[in-house]
Design a protein around this ligand. Structure first.
Ligand code: ZN
Length: 286
């Protein structure tokens, strides 16, 4: 499929996405260690996301009149209703990101749909609306994909598995109207800047990257996207990019992106809807 020229003729669509994972990752990892709970250290690092980091990020976005997508596990949504509603009031999007950030949604269609549905129930109860975008934390069975991607309420699937270009998701060889948005590890702040002793994150406990290097990496990804066209989404985390020092990386990255004049910064749902409209048969054949 041809690359689209994005809104206002921009070469790149850039979604600032933040996973509001809170402490879910700590508890998920600790389960793999016998008696691990008694050695648990640092879940407050995760809780910093909803407690402080998210607000700092929202203030930065407000300064630049930008809107972002927050991927939120169901249990985090349940215990952070006021924050989620503030996000929506300020124009941000809330999207699907597992129930407990589990690495597996189960082995059957029923088990997997139960997780997907339970999260939507929580979103509906807490915010009054369902999510239209999905970044699953575990693999979806083909039969689950069949149900999810044929649901007319599903707008996009943010993932890394289908390459770097937006495209329609196919089910059993049949193209759906669900838009795949690429999500690449290079734009993940966790990998470059997270460090926790127990459970060990990252597992070999190498030192975190210098902040200048991280900013430079992110900028290079945007430069590459401008050169080749396309769509970039981030997997930033309020518990990481919302800390005082790391938030400067976010701020400088936003400044850089805006100064290029080539990048449209928008929420995932806006980008997916734009791409879908640009690729309706009517638009393609005019
Ligand atoms: Zn996550």
């Amino acid at each position: 499929m041809d690359k689209v020229v994005w809104k206002d003729g921009k070469k790149v669509a850039f979604a600032l996405c933040f996973d509001l994972d809170s402490d879910t990752i700590w508890y998920n990892k600790i389960r793999h260690y016998d008696g691990g709970m008694q050695f648990l250290r640092g879940p407050h690092v995760g809780r910093y996301g909803p407690k402080r980091g998210a607000d700092r990020i929202m203030r930065i976005l407000e300064r630049y009149s930008l809107h972002a997508t927050f991927f939120v596990p169901g249990v985090v949504a349940e215990s952070n209703g006021p924050l989620l509603n503030r996000m929506l009031e300020e124009g941000h999007e809330i999207a699907h990101h597992g129930l407990t950030h589990e690495a597996s949604y189960g082995d059957t269609l029923e088990e997997q749909m139960a997780i997907l549905d339970r999260c939507q129930e929580i979103f509906r109860r807490v915010t009054g609306r369902k999510a239209v975008g999905f970044r699953p934390t575990g693999n979806l069975l083909p039969e689950t994909q069949r149900v999810l991607f044929r649901d007319p309420d599903t707008l996009y699937y943010a993932h890394g598995a289908m390459g770097e270009d937006p495209q329609f998701v196919s089910v059993e060889g049949e193209e759906t109207r669900v838009v795949y948005l690429p999500c690449r590890l290079e734009m993940d702040d966790y990998i470059q800047m997270t460090y926790n002793c127990w459970p060990p994150i990252p597992s070999g406990l190498p030192r975190i990257s210098a902040y200048e290097d991280v900013l430079s990496n992110f900028r290079d990804e945007l430069d590459g996207a401008i050169r080749y066209g396309g769509c970039v989404t981030t997997a930033f985390h309020p518990q990481v990019s919302g800390s005082p020092g790391k938030s400067l990386i976010l701020e400088q990255l936003i400044e850089y992106a805006l100064n290029t004049g080539e990048i449209w910064i928008a929420r995932c749902d806006e980008i997916a809807a734009y791409w879908r409209n640009a690729h309706t048969p009517e638009a393609l054949h005019v």
